[in-house]
Write a protein that binds this ligand. Structure first.
Ligand code: EPU
Length: 441
């Protein structure tokens, strides 16, 4: 199967992009649909590899799932027949550990493989497992098999405070909370808008989840049953990819639909960099080149800060800025796999030392004192880019590499298309519509 892109770059990209549904909402709405009574109809579900793989996984557990139209998915999880997630899905689908919730709901006990290592760092689930335990779930890990065994003897209840916020951790504990007869409180939660969309979906079906600042309270739910189809929000990460590409390629792209509130910190950074940004109508934004791009430093952080998923795209914009800019990654270790690859295109980027007063507090991953981390890069722009052969190691880095190739004169090959397509729907079609020369080979 063809798994590479052949790209002839160097042209300004112009036109319109209609955003697909958010990957990081789609996956969780599908998983929690398994706790609903009756059919669940989800709209705006992107046909991306992560979603297709998850559908295969839930079907292996006995759920029914079928696309009714291109982006309308109908799920029925009433008759799950297995409480064990096959090991082969553990590393392939990172969110498979979130099946703890529907499997405990149906069976009171389940076996879920450790999601294990990942290209963007160790990505342990220690804080999440501690959260499950605090709410009364018994969890044991069998090192020999690589499986977690979880069991509930009583309805979950209690309070858990995340030592540091976790996005999927907040969502999983919220789903566990749907089983309570009492009340569950989760403190120091992650606050990403994708989590709010999940709350909206669950509450519209009978859940009673209240978010209050950094805390979520889950009161006893009614039986979850959909009253009407739920349309998930648009993908903010996809917007950032195309917006930075518009400006870096000296192009002009209109992107919609998205609520301004969801991208306000990104818009501010774009304006600071001298990018043209206009809200042309409700939920539609125009991003265009309007002269010299200024270097702007960023530090990633959970919402409402500059998201970690956006920094590889920011690096692409900064390659075309006049001067030096710095990107400091605080949320994940190992999120700079694109650096060596972009250098092949002629990018001038180097890792630099970053002085941090209190690293245990500053970084969101678990720091290992015996390990050396490279969390900061300096980009020296503007770079004249040329063609190269590049290899994608992780999803967001992949988007940066393809965009790098689209900015580079000559014909480039980017290997690992299926990794990028874990998260970007109709990528080739969308780029072609903007005038980009890209083929899958
Ligand atoms: N962490 C731990 N232990 C835990 C939980 C998290 O050490 O028990 C660490 C992580 O390793 C990471 C940091 O804490 O260094 C933050 O992790 P978090 O749990 O918030 O991230 P996540 O839930 O695994 C989700 C998205 C990511 C997005 C982050 C940040 C999904 C499926 N994934 O990951 O999206 O970058 O939140 O918002 O929702 C992507 O779409 O490409 C992607 C990686």
């Amino acid at each position: 199967m063809s798994d590479s892109y052949l790209i002839t770059g160097g042209k300004p990209l112009k036109g319109e992009v209609i955003l697909s549904g958010a990957k990081n909402v789609a996956l969780k709405t599908i998983i929690s649909a398994l706790m609903f009574k009756g059919d669940v109809v989800l709209k705006n579900i992107p046909r991306i590899n992560d979603v297709l793989d998850l559908i295969e996984l839930i079907k292996s557990l006995g759920a029914k799932a079928k696309f009714r139209e291109k982006n309308i998915l109908v799920i029925n999880g009433e008759k799950l027949k297995s409480n064990r997630v096959d090991l082969s899905y553990g590393s392939k689908i990172r969110v498979s550990f979130m099946l703890f919730a529907p499997l405990l709901y149906h069976f009171g006990e389940c076996y879920v493989p450790n999601p294990g290592g990942c290209r963007i760092g160790a990505r342990p689930i220690d804080r999440i497992v501690n959260g499950l335990k605090a709410l009364g779930v018994r969890v044991d890990y069998d090192e020999a098999t690589g499986y977690f065994h979880a069991k509930i003897d009583n309805k979950p209840k209690g309070i858990y405070r995340f030592e540091k916020p976790s996005h999927t951790g907040t969502e999983l504990l919220m789903m566990i909370g749907l089983m309570t007869d009492d009340k569950i409180e989760i403190e120091n939660i992650a606050n990403e808008p994708e989590i709010n969309d999940l709350i909206l979906y669950l509450n519209s079906a009978g859940a009673n989840i209240v978010q209050n600042g950094n805390k979520i309270i889950i009161n006893k739910s009614q039986e979850l049953k959909q009253k009407e189809p739920f349309a998930i929000m648009s993908d903010r990460n996809e917007l950032v990819t195309y917006a930075t590409l518009a400006v870096a390629s000296q192009g002009d792209i209109v992107i919609g639909t998205i609520d301004e509130k969801l991208i306000s910190s990104f818009l501010n950074f774009m304006k600071e960099a001298g990018a043209g940004v206009e809200e042309i109508s409700n939920f539609k934004f125009r991003f265009f080149y309007k002269g010299e791009i200024k270097p702007v430093n960023i530090e990633t952080s959970p919402h409402p800060g500059f998201m970690t998923d956006w920094q590889p795209s920011w690096a692409i914009l900064m390659l075309k800025s006049t001067g030096e800019s710095v990107i400091h990654e605080r949320v994940f270790e190992n999120r700079f796999s694109y650096v060596d690859e972009l250098k092949k295109l002629g990018a001038n980027i180097k890792f630099i030392e970053s002085k941090v007063e209190n690293p245990e507090f500053f970084y969101h991953f678990n720091l290992d004192k015996n390990k050396t981390y490279q969390q900061t890069i300096k980009i020296i722009g503007p770079s004249e880019l040329h063609n190269a052969i590049l290899n994608i190691a992780d999803l967001r880095a992949g988007a940066a590499l393809v965009c790098g190739a689209l900015l580079s004169a000559g014909e480039s090959v980017v290997n690992g298309a299926s990794i990028l397509e874990r998260g970007y729907e109709d990528f080739v079609e969308k780029v072609k519509k903007l005038g980009g020369e890209i083929e899958k080979v």
